[in-house]
Design a protein around this ligand. Structure first.
Ligand code: ATP
Length: 349
């Protein structure tokens, strides 16, 4: 495989003038500004192979957008080396622009007052796409993104989901090898989100376009990205699969067992009329019961799931068992709230 993004120790420090209070302070701040440094991105190294779909996640202010802006040549890094599609983003910004597509979910690159189709035609000249290639791409994107019903509508009248589809089409008209998406599903309803995700999967599998997306929606990552990178306080804290992070920080699993109804009458009940199992292996808790169904919670490192099933099978007549993993959304929230990755890596902030 060959890398499309190679970033070594990318760093960005913003210098902000701190305003002193009061009128006199305001004047002093202009004459003799007191500077405050914001370490937005600190020593981030990242390698992305061609054809990958990578999710960049992290809490607000973590440094995701700043990282993407440096990788697209919009912002000059304070340190580190960057190569994207074999180019240096700042020095070869124009060349890079013709090789990558960028979508910022909160902003649009379309002309607000023009019908969508006019924007899509204008972009041909901006990116200098050969006419025939542009025509073929536009035709295909109209079809796959289902743009036809609103392509003659001015952009300002489009719904958020329609505008996002228009923006994605605009970013792909010049056949980029790499597509950056900054929060592509923000504010969209479930149907619109599903549509965008389906399209991105198709784009990646058919055209082999590399996709790098930032998102707060863990469903985006679970559906689209075999690999994710977690950034917090400007540092890369995790690089791996969603399954792995769930395994490491997922806390407790739940086993739902359906008992034989004939056995239910023989089991004790508590004051809420919930079934009480006489014994359970150490580390396993009965969380609740409903009819013949019991919910058992257990830490993934206390005992393997199959052993718990075998243990129950020896003592009860089981009709069915299913497992529930913690929602990835909850796992990630715990990681942010409890600074789990920062602590693990001994980072103090
Ligand atoms: N132009 C700027 N000038 C000064 N500080 C900035 C600038 N842009 C970003 N920052 C600061 O850099 C840090 C990282 O911001 P960034 O926008 O990259 O975060 P993010 O992970 O994209 O957050 P969000 O999920 O909220 O979009 C924040 O502390 C932010 O206030």
């Amino acid at each position: 495989m060959s890398a499309i993004i190679e970033v070594e120790q990318m760093t960005k420090t913003f210098r902000l003038a701190r305003r002193r209070p009061g009128m006199l302070g305001g004047i002093r701040s202009i004459v003799n500004p007191e500077l405050r440094l914001v370490n937005a991105v600190q020593d981030v190294s990242l390698r992305v192979e061609r054809g990958e779909m990578l999710g960049l996640v992290g809490p607000n202010g973590a440094g995701k957008s700043t990282s993407i802006k440096m990788m697209t040549g919009i912002l000059t890094p304070s340190g580190g080396t960057l190569r994207v599609a074999g180019l240096e983003p700042i020095r070869q910004r124009r060349e890079l622009a013709s090789r990558i597509g960028v979508v910022f979910g909160q902003r649009t690159q379309l002309w607000w007052d023009l019908p969508l189709i006019d924007s899509l035609r204008l972009l041909r000249h901006l990116y200098q796409v050969p006419e025939e290639r542009h025509r073929a791409n536009l035709e295909q994107l109209r079809e796959t993104l289902d743009l036809n019903e609103f392509i003659d509508t001015p952009v300002r009248q489009l719904s958020l989901g329609q505008r996002m589809r228009g923006d994605i089409a605009a970013a792909l008209l010049h056949d980029p090898e790499l597509l950056y998406l900054d929060e592509p599903t923000i504010g969209l309803d479930v149907v619109a989100k599903a549509r965008i995700r389906e399209f991105l999967l198709q784009l990646n599998s058919e055209r082999k376009t590399t996709v790098l997306l930032t998102t707060h929606d863990m469903d985006d990552v679970e559906t689209l990205c075999p690999r994710m990178v977690i950034i917090d306080h400007g540092r890369k804290l995790y690089d791996g699969s969603v399954a792995d992070i769930r395994e490491r920080f997922g806390g407790e699993r739940t086993l739902i067992a359906v008992l034989d109804p004939a056995e239910l009458d023989q089991l004790a009940r508590d004051e809420q009329d919930q079934v009480v199992l006489p014994t359970l292996p150490p580390g396993v808790r009965l969380v609740r019961s409903e009819g013949p169904r019991v919910w058992l919670s257990f830490a993934r490192d206390t005992l393997p799931a199959h052993e718990l099933v075998a243990w129950l099978g020896e003592r009860h007549r089981l009709r069915d068992v299913t497992f529930q993993e913690p929602e990835i959304e909850d796992v990630i929230r715990r990681i942010y709230e409890e600074d789990l990755l920062l602590q693990e890596q001994g980072v103090t902030v």
